[in-house]
Ligand binder design. Structure first.
Ligand code: PGA
Length: 253
């Protein structure tokens, strides 16, 4: 039996959350400390405005804090951007790069995503690189070729199992309540695993492959039970401690 890496359940708050949301984060932290995630690791990626406060709040607990994006450069004339080094400086552990909302809203290419992931790793962060097909691409039978190409083009040079996480997020499943069948997820994850081994050899074999897109307490156990699914990237259901800890139940016991 192969030894699988420690699963990761990462919450992506997207552009949601004010200081008034911190009690929710504290409740998540308390759940983590009480062992709610079992053998899995938990992370929350709040908006940039809350990262510093979130790190403070999570201090001394097992809850990791992540950023939602970073610039590929360390510093310079890039108004409004945040570098990986800046996130690291705050005590952040993870950073999401190449989320489909950024690929769409900011026209980010896989080459840019790769540069961001490399910057994150250089800064000492763990990069969570997102890939996923649109509804039209799935209907056209292009899912594997699309995610394969995104993997090839976004894969950071020198990535290891300790510095890279891949999140498979079908765009049509994000925020819609729709999810692929367990069989569909299994097919994509087996494909991504093979690709990761091709790109990263033994390290690729150990890279965690998360599933993301409408993960909630009611479907987490099934989705997290799929072979080669090493955790989840959770949007909407990470905004409340009740739902996020409900998802954690997939890893309890
Ligand atoms: P969702 O978002 O869980 O709200 O579908 C997932 C994501 O975009 O990471």
């Amino acid at each position: 039996m192969t030894i699988r890496p420690r699963p990761l359940v990462a919450g992506n708050w997207k552009m949601n959350g004010l200081k008034a949301s911190l009690p929710e984060l504290a409740a998540i932290r308390d759940g983590v400390m009480a062992g709610a995630f079992g053998r899995a690791e938990a992370a929350i990626c709040p908006p940039a405005t809350l990262v510093s406060l979130a790190v403070e709040l999570a201090q001394g607990s097992e809850l990791a804090i992540g950023g939602q994006d970073c610039h590929a450069k360390v510093s310079g004339a890039h108004t409004g951007d945040v570098s990986a080094q800046m996130l690291k400086d705050l005590g952040v552990t993870y950073v999401i790069v190449g989320h489909s909302e950024r690929r769409t809203d900011h026209s980010e290419s896989s080459a840019q995503v790769r540069a961001k992931a490399e910057a994150a790793i250089t800064a000492g962060l763990i990069a969570i690189v997102c890939v996923g097909e649109s509804e039209a691409q799935r209907r056209a039978g292009e899912t594997l070729s699309v995610v394969g190409q995104q993997m090839d083009e976004s894969w950071p040079a020198g990535a290891t199992a300790a510095t890279l996480v891949i999140a498979y997020e079908p765009i049509w499943a994000i925020g819609t309540g729709l999810t692929p069948t367990a069989q569909d997820v299994a097919e994509v994850h087996a494909f991504l695993r093979a690709r990761a081994v091709k790109l990263g050899a033994v390290e690729g074999a150990g890279v965690r492959l998360l599933y993301g897109g409408s993960v909630k307490p009611s479907n987490a156990a099934e989705l997290m039970g799929v072979p080669d699914v090493d955790g989840a990237l959770v949007g909407g259901a990470s905004l409340t401690a009740k739902d996020f800890l409900g998802i954690a139940a997939a890893y309890k016991g």
